[in-house]
Design a binder for this molecule. Structure first.
Ligand SMILES: Cc1ncc(COP(=O)(O)O)c(C=O)c1O
Length: 418
């Protein structure tokens, strides 16, 4: 018999995103019919030919050896220039690390910042991966309540913090809520973090997908602070802006040189380096970034503007998301809880969505960082997340079938999780 697994990882449940992903694949296999996939943030459009050509060309030229753990200097220089020109962020090649996807960059960043007993502040409605990463790194997650319309309130965050708080995570535009924070809101959060001596992790995966308001990079608000005193670590991805999800490429702009040196060591142990031909593709993507990002934003915004209003008219969605790729629907009037709704919708209509309670998990963590038990915020009981970055025809079909399903459920409002 093999020894038991007693790690903290062994107590972390699989995220709702992966559970529904696997279930949708199983349904497809069993029925032989394509599922309408509104559950994954994977776009229907592709990277430009330049990106594919750069990848293939790098492979053919034998650019397939290890690079330094930090990434190719040319790619890092291109990312620094992009941050300067587009994000108003003052980074430097020495402080910028390439990672195999921003998810890995986030995980490594958390490993770099964690210390025994340290707490990380996450919003109560969050991307489940942020919570998993926090726990795996060894942080105790502290989930703070969001205000009206899922916006963070610095006073609430200050009250949730403790002397052990080390990190505040900001994700704007947000997954799953679509909230885009404005300059004042970000300024207030940064001020709080600075006063309390916290690090800030800014996950800007959806930086190019703002439909109302503009994207403000958190680090742009500390560009006049001496580098050694900066606290904002910013994480970016090629997955969303350039539709490069399967390439697995991201980058982290560390606040200061010390943080960059620490994260380099973490990455030495984790990845050795990022795929070399993929990094060449990344250089091509950054070279053509303005056109690609603008085109892709228009495509997703068009989807939002065309496909989501029927959900609003049906009373399932209050307003169009200001940013990101997702809409949170409230299906309370069907009387079904989120998980039952998602499962029945998949089985009866072949449409996959993510139950929203999975974005509001509340783990009870012991001193060793093991989850003793977990539950879900009761207010998330009827929330469903729909991705609107998918093919417009599929999206329309998915929304149509979802509305049909809601009608068939009737509107008793009685809770029958049955
Ligand atoms: C908020 C957020 N951050 C980061 C990522 C990770 O993207 P990747 O690892 O593909 O760069 C995602 C992917 O869905 C996301 O939603």
């Amino acid at each position: 018999m093999s020894p038991d697994i007693l790690s903290a990882a062994g107590t972390i449940p699989s995220s709702c995103l992966h559970s529904i992903f696997r279930t949708a694949e199983r349904v497809e296999e069993e029925t032989g019919v394509d599922v309408v996939k509104l559950h994954v943030g994977d776009p229907y459009f592709n990277p430009s030919d330049d990106v594919a050509d750069a990848f293939v060309d790098a492979v053919r030229r034998g650019k397939t050896k290890y690079t330094g753990v930090e990434g190719l200097p040319e790619l890092r220089a291109a990312a620094v220039e992009k941050l300067r020109a587009d994000n108003d962020v003052d980074s430097a090649v020495s402080r910028l690390l390439i990672s195999p996807g921003s998810c890995q960059g986030l995980a490594a960043l958390m490993q770099s910042l964690v210390e025994p007993g340290a707490e990380i502040l996450l919003p109560e409605l969050h991307w489940p991966v942020h919570l998993q990463q926090s726990l795996l790194a060894g942080f105790r997650p502290v989930l703070y309540s969001l205000g009206a319309d899922f916006r963070p309130d610095p006073e609430v965050i200050a009250a949730a913090a403790t002397p052990r708080t080390r990190v505040l995570l900001i994700n704007s535009p947000a997954n799953p809520t679509g909230v885009v924070l404005n300059r004042d809101e970000i300024g207030a959060l940064l001020e709080l973090a600075r006063t309390r001596g916290w690090h800030v992790i800014s996950d800007e995966a959806y930086e190019h997908f703002c439909y109302e308001g503009e994207h403000i990079s958190v680090a742009s608000l500390e560009r006049d602070v001496p580098v050694a005193e900066r606290i904002v670590h910013s994480v970016f991805t090629f997955s969303k802006s350039f539709a490069m999800t399967g390439y697995r490429l991201g980058y982290v702009a560390l606040a200061n040189d010390r943080a960059a040196d620490v994260m380099k060591v973490v990455q030495e142990a984790n990845i050795i380096g990022t795929s070399t031909p993929v990094q060449y593709a990344g250089i091509a993507a950054l070279n053509g970034r303005s056109e690609a990002a603008a085109t892709n934003r228009k495509l997703v915004q068009h989807n939002r503007d065309v496909a989501l209003p029927p959900l609003m008219r049906a009373g399932l969605l209050r307003e169009l998301p200001a940013g990101g790729w997702y809409a949170m629907l409230d299906v309370g009037r069907t009387g079904l809880d989120a998980e039952t709704f998602a499962m029945r919708l998949l089985e009866s209509k072949g449409v996959a969505v993510v139950p929203g309670n999975g974005f509001a998990m509340r783990p009870d963590v012991d001193d060793r960082g093991h989850i003793r038990s977990h539950d879900y915020a009761p207010w998330a009981r009827h929330l469903i997340r729909v991705a609107f970055c998918v093919d417009p025809t599929w999206l329309e079909t998915g929304v149509h079938r979802l509305l049909e399903f809601v009608d068939e459920c009737g509107g008793s409002g009685l809770d029958s999780t049955g």
